[in-house]
Write a protein that binds this ligand. Structure first.
Ligand SMILES: [Zn+2]
Ligand SMILES: [Zn+2]
Length: 470
């Protein structure tokens, strides 16, 4: 068992992998730059997905595409047999965040999509790790299966949930993932479970002045549902989040609206707690329909789980991230970063030297503000561990033009290369240490504590390929 090998041998193996990552890093920086330029929205990442598939195919991966009824989803496989290690890649952009790689707000195309979450780096960095790890396996005759999962539409399209349902993760032992950030750390769990849906009420139209008694207002139902939600807030765990918009409020004040719609997200750090809150939200919708003699249609349900931690994997990931080490900016990059930080709110600019540091290993605070990701759903099905690296200038938060600017230049690429090193060395450890995989699986079962995974997305619902335009 490789766990018995002296650490010097581990050191040599990691050294070889890190050199392989470095050898391919310039090439994959160009790949990330190309995808940054494509900036395609979820389920429409045709060019980005094709480029990554081509990169993996030419280096010897077998590519299966499309998968899971998602035109831009794919699985690239190298090797065979046990164990099976997966690496997740994303490549979708966000609407409205088109931005040049400059420290001032400067859209490339006004209102066009941009890589404000750095998924151009995410998909390319994961591919860089996969290619380096594959070459390492080849050279050292390492047995097992390495898979790159090309996962579309992370930003609201729940791409991975449908890939899970298609059985694409059923035989995977461990999944590795990473996400762009503004510091270097292991992400051992975190994010919020999220459910969302559109609440469409159907009523009866009537003249609002001449015959209001004949009307049954769908807008009244929307307003009452909103009021019910506001009263609910007092009686749910305070680390919940509920936010909504009115996507249809009627057509004219003098017509009683026969349709109206509320689009709502609810979140909580715990998937089981969220599902209790969600059931109460559904009752409020039904109550609003009862009060107004309208009918309720819940449609376009979507949702993602929180990310489950895995302590044995986190320990190894932390060691490998520390071994790969942080990085420093060149004089030009420092100048870029200082200029960019001038656009941040007062007091929020981070220390530029912090990119050289690796943050200590800690579990995320369940009460801290967080977003949501469909990586969570994967982590409820397969032991999963992740990294964050400083691809964004310290102080910059994802989903901003400043993040898109950082993701399109060398600062973002330095973070991407660090993530690839940490992913690839952790992957190599998993291939050589069966005990680590066994420990990860035991911890996975222990931490589930009998809870089960269930997505709010109805069985049989197909991927919402045009969710951005609905
Ligand atoms: Zn995002
Ligand atoms: Zn993201």
């Amino acid at each position: 068992m490789a766990a018995m090998l002296p650490s010097a041998v581990f050191g040599q193996q990691h050294q070889q992998i890190i050199q392989l990552v470095e050898a391919h890093s310039e090439h994959f920086s160009v790949v990330s730059q190309t995808i940054w330029g494509y900036a395609e929205l979820g389920y429409h990442e045709e060019k980005s997905s094709a480029l990554l598939r081509r990169e993996l195919e030419t280096t010897g991966f077998r590519v299966q595409a499309p998968v899971a009824d998602e035109p831009t989803a794919f699985v690239a496989t190298y090797g065979q047999g046990q164990p099976v290690i997966g690496i997740l890649g994303e490549f979708d952009a966000l609407p409205g965040l088109s931005q040049a790689a400059t420290p001032d707000r400067e859209p490339v195309v006004a209102n066009a999509p941009g890589h404000g979450c750095g998924h151009n780096l995410l998909g390319s960095g994961a591919a860089l790790a996969a290619v380096a790890l594959k070459e390492y396996m080849e050279r050292n005759h390492v047995a097992g299966t390495l898979r790159y999962y090309g996962t579309p539409a992370e930003e609201g399209g729940d791409g991975k949930v449908y890939m899970l349902r298609a059985g694409l993760f059923h035989d995977v032992d461990v999944v590795l993932q990473w996400h762009p950030a503004s510091s270097n750390s292991v992400s051992n769990g975190g994010m919020l479970a999220m459910n969302n849906a559109k609440f469409l009420f159907h009523g009866v139209a009537a003249h609002a002045a001449m015959a209001p008694e004949r009307g049954r207002s769908a807008l009244d139902a929307v307003m009452l549902m909103g009021s019910g939600i506001e009263f609910l807030r007092e009686h749910i765990p305070s680390n919940s989040r509920i936010h909504y918009i009115i996507t249809n409020g009627g057509a004219a004040p003098n017509v009683v609206p026969d349709t109206a719609e509320l689009y709502l997200y609810a979140r909580n750090p715990s998937l089981p707690v969220l599902s209790e809150v969600w059931n109460r939200i559904l009752k409020i919708g039904q109550g609003a329909a009862l009060m107004t003699e309208t009918t309720l249609e819940v449609k376009d349900a979507g949702g993602t789980a929180n990310i489950r931690p895995n302590d044995p994997l986190a320990k190894v990931a932390q060691r490998n991230l520390e071994e790969a080490g942080g990085f420093r900016y060149t004089a030009d990059e420092k100048h870029f970063a200082e200029e960019l930080q001038k656009s941040l709110p007062a007091g929020s600019a981070g220390d530029l030297d912090s990119t050289a540091l690796i943050q200590p290993l800690r579990r995320p605070d369940p009460n801290a503000p967080a977003a949501s990701s469909d990586v969570g759903d994967v982590s409820w099905n397969v032991p999963t561990i992740g990294f964050e690296t400083a691809t964004f200038v310290p102080g910059v938060v994802a989903h901003t033009w400043q993040a898109a600017a950082s993701a399109g230049m060398s600062i973002g690429q330095k973070g991407m290369i660090l993530a690839a090193k940490a992913l690839a060395t952790t992957g190599a450890d998993l291939f050589s240490d069966r005990q680590l995989i066994a420990d990860a699986k035991a911890d996975f079962r222990r931490q589930l504590e009998g809870r089960t995974y269930a997505s709010v997305i109805p069985a049989g619902q197909t991927p919402p390929l045009n969710y951005r335009s609905k």
